[in-house]
Design a protein around this ligand. Structure first.
Ligand code: ADP
Ligand code: ZN
Ligand code: ZN
Length: 804
């Protein structure tokens, strides 16, 4: 079929252009262009990126007005028909621009600048004359050469006949980081020569002797300094004498270099078998059933996922395995890779732009059948999906906070309807909304009550920190926890110490006037970073030196308070100088592979204590962990959010689940200033049902989800009065246009009332049924985009805010 007109969504996100525009398809491209391809089109004075969303032969645009497409960027479409209709749904469901919905489905490499290279696939193939003329003796040529000669139809033919392949090479450089390493010579004679030359230099001799034990090895300079005690100057001289040389080495490893040992399906427990059976039945039907797999920590949910995926692969279909970013531990990905080998692609934020693109290509070209990834992997371009799984489905990282503000769970369910395949939502502590849906039989509930190897759940103790204070214990460790740590150190068992949120309370406070040093751009206290002696804002990146005197009252009694991970580490060393601590937080995991290194070291028993933030709450599975300590359970309880109790319960249950997963029984100590709070009380028994009942009661009473839906309209401006004024207008307008069944709360100041120099106000909409809501919000947005935006107002609408 050939078409003369293309409907194109252009990359210009404003209200006026949020619809397809018609462009003429140049005749020589009529057979080349397909829906889902990216193109360049003239728009106003510029050429912009666009997506072809439809093709046709007639248009209302007069023949002398219609402009032609200027470039075709994809010979094979990057978006399938499914994706194009998913984008329409997202646009309506989350109220976003269609262009945003289209872009979110693609890896960023396809948004960045890149070059298209045509690669010859077979050296001996006989090419059509015209193609042969272009290639000459080369194996690869630039796409532009075909384009210039008007030979795109020929190129398309070559691709279809698999004679050539197009690769996109990202132009953006600098993704590859290099470090300086030392390579010791592998020739013992060189060492002897160096030694002779260094007769008088004792330190150099020491180093050269040490190097005998490391012939040919590539080492970090730091390691050499530490093991030999020599300085960099000594190393330099030894290098000059030829005993070693400096080399540049890539820091980033290919995500797939590590070998894995193959694992096989385990014999399922009875509970697991029942769950798997229900899932496979629905695959055979086939129906788009959403299962909620609720299983206590260590109950073997992952084994159920693995075997369900196995079934999918046997059917010749594909599976998406979503995990929260923070639990994308190497441990987790390894479990999938060791079961399915090269069939698995991995997608997470730790990969470079190029690596992400490579993984995406593997999926698009059918080289893999399973993807393990974070939120955006829900858009993996499979075309024969058999299953989508969300592990830890309650995690807030599944919700995207920028446009399009989608929830991966909703997208998964949409795609499952498209493919008539099941979705599995797995969790020990499902989101209240999900459990409520399971109770109403919208989702099918599957339960795993026992741990897979029948281990007991860990015993949980709660340490009342108020009592500790009364007893005169001013440290951050309760007596009980100190005792617990001492015992584990003696027994050579391992521990996990969990701190709620990085550097949460390491602020700088003046003891005379009580001033806490705040970010000048945001209404948030600055966080103290010990290593750099700096104060940093975690929201906008602002940083400054730690002040010596109070900026308010000039007092010198200004010092930092609180318990960042670094502070805890110091305290541990004070109490237990012999303890070996590994710290895992945002600071120690900056470079790629750091996660993996820390966990591997811990797994190998190189440390007694793993100390960390959220990152260590999930996915860890080490046999020797027998104690989990939660240093301050309260921190997440006091954030002003209706989900605070739910989050705390989930977090405590998660962390506790790290203990006693194998033969040795586990113990958990939770430190808190509010032991009577039900979220903490109930986390003690890790009993989901009573927590659910209790929390549902509160949600009903206060009118929050799942009894009501909420939507959030946020307005910001550099001027506080303008922000308040327009938030007021938004509130009034909503009140005037929504039914009186809807509660509109606000405007109130947002929980962070100023961010990056903008004052923030919000209106919260609570409703049960309001068919008008989306059209009304769309009209509000239209008003904003047409008028308010010119006043410097920014407004966002979130139909499923994860925090309020
Ligand atoms: P969850 O994902 O529910 O926290 P996991 O899948 O990590 O639980 O399982 C916990 C432990 O139990 C793992 O070490 C896993 O290998 C083991 N396990 C799971 N299922 C079985 C089984 N059927 N037989 C033996 N061991 C199992
Ligand atoms: Zn002061
Ligand atoms: Zn800031």
């Amino acid at each position: 079929m050939s078409f003369s007109v293309a409907e194109v969504i252009v990359d210009v996100p404003t209200y006026h252009v949020d619809r397809p525009f018609d462009y003429a398809v140049p005749t020589e491209w009529a057979n080349v262009i397909e829906a889902g391809s990216r193109v360049k089109v003239p728009f106003g004075p510029r050429n912009v990126l666009g997506f072809v969303v439809g093709l046709k032969n007639d248009t209302d645009v007069p023949a002398n007005k219609i402009k032609p497409i200027s470039h075709i960027l994809d010979m094979e479409p990057v978006l399938t028909a499914e994706m194009l209709s998913l984008a329409k749904w997202l646009k309506n469901e989350t109220i976003c621009y269609e262009i945003d919905a289209l872009q979110v489905m693609l890896p960023s490499a396809l948004r960045a600048k890149y070059e298209k290279i045509v690669n010859l696939q077979d050296d001996n193939a006989i090419l059509p004359e015209e193609a042969q003329a272009i290639f000459g003796k080369r194996r690869q040529v630039n796409f532009k050469e075909f384009e210039k000669l008007g030979l795109l139809p020929l190129l398309k033919e070559l691709i279809e006949n698999r004679l050539v392949k197009i690769d996109n090479v990202v132009k953006q450089q600098g993704n590859v980081k290099e470090v300086r390493m030392v390579k010791v010579t592998d020739d013992i004679q060189n060492l002897d020569v160096a030694l002779r030359e260094a007769t008088r230099a004792v330190k150099q001799r020491t180093l050269i002797d040490w190097m005998r034990g490391h012939l040919g090895e590539v080492l970090k300079p730091q390691q050499i300094y530490e093991e030999t005690g020599v300085s960099s100057a000594v190393l330099q001289s030894v290098v000059e004498k030829g005993a070693a040389r400096f080399i540049q080495e890539e820091v980033y490893r290919d995500p797939f270099t590590k070998d894995v040992t193959r694992t096989h399906s385990l014999t399922l427990t009875e509970e697991q078998a029942i769950a798997l059976d229900a899932i496979t039945k629905s695959m055979e039907a086939p129906t788009a059933t959403t299962f909620l797999l609720q299983g206590v920590t260590g109950s073997g949910k992952t084994e159920v996922y693995l075997q369900a995926i196995q079934k999918v692969l046997e059917e010749g279909k594909e599976a998406i395995m979503l995990v929260p970013e923070i639990s994308l531990t190497p441990q987790m990905t390894e479990r999938f890779r060791s079961r399915f080998g090269e069939m698995v692609a991995v997608m997470h934020s730790g990969l470079s732009v190029g690596e992400k693109y490579d993984e995406w290509r593997k999926i698009q070209q059918g080289k893999v059948s399973v993807v393990v990834g974070a939120r955006s992997a829900v858009f993996a371009p499979f075309t024969n999906l058999g299953l989508i799984i969300l592990d830890e489905e309650h995690e807030s990282t599944y919700k995207q906070e920028d446009s399009p503000r989608y929830h991966a769970r909703d997208v998964a369910i949409w795609r499952s309807a498209y493919y008539k395949c099941p979705v599995i939502l797995g969790s020990a502590t499902p989101a209240l909304e999900s459990f409520a849906r399971a109770k109403k039989e919208v989702y099918t509930l599957l339960t795993l009550k026992q741990r897979a190897m029948n281990q007991a759940l860990p015993t949980v103790f709660v340490a009342d920190m108020r009592e500790e204070l009364q007893k005169g214990n001013r440290s951050m460790f309760s007596e009980q926890l100190v005792e617990g740590i001492r015992m584990r150190l003696e027994r050579k068992e391992q521990m996990v110490l969990f701190l709620n949120r990085r550097g949460y309370s390491s602020f700088v406070l003046c003891r005379d006037c009580g001033t806490v040093v705040q970010c000048p751009n945001c209404d948030i206290s600055l966080t103290y970073h010990r290593t750099t002696e700096k104060l940093k804002c975690h929201y906008c990146g602002y940083e400054e030196q730690v002040p010596q005197i109070c900026p308010q009252c000039q007092s010198e009694h200004i010092r930092y308070f609180g318990t960042g991970t670094q502070k805890v580490e110091e305290e541990i060393y004070k109490l237990f100088p012999e303890a070996r601590v590994l710290r895992m937080d945002v600071d120690t995991t900056k470079h790629k592979g750091a996660h993996e290194e820390i966990l591997q070291a811990f797994g190998e028993g190189q440390a007694d204590i793993l100390l960390g933030t959220q990152m260590i709450a999930k996915g860890l599975d080490f046999p020797n962990i027998t104690l989990v300590g939660v240093l301050s359970a309260d921190t997440s309880l006091h954030i002003p959010d209706y989900r605070a109790a739910e989050r705390t319960f989930q977090l405590l249950t998660q962390v506790s689940g790290r203990a006693g997963r194998h033969e040795k029984p586990g113990e958990v100590i939770i430190q808190t200033y509010t032991p009577e709070h039900y979220a903490i009380e109930l986390a003690k028994t890790q009993d989901y049902d009573p927590f659910y009942e209790r929390e549902m009661f509160i949600r009903r009473r206060s009118g929050y989800p799942p009894y009501y839906f909420v939507a959030l309209v946020q307005v910001s401006h550099e001027d506080v009065l303008m922000a308040a004024e327009y938030a007021g207008r938004a509130g009034d307008w909503l009140r005037g246009n929504l039914s009186n069944q809807v509660a509109i709360i606000g405007p109130t100041t947002a929980s962070i009332s100023r961010l990056q120099n903008r004052y923030r106000y919000q209106c919260l909409i609570k409703y049960k049924i309001e068919p008008n809501l989306i059209p009304v919000l769309q009209r509000l947005l239209a008003m904003y985009r047409a008028e308010w935006i010119k006043q410097g107002i920014l407004m966002t609408v979130d139909l499923d805010p994860s925090t309020i």
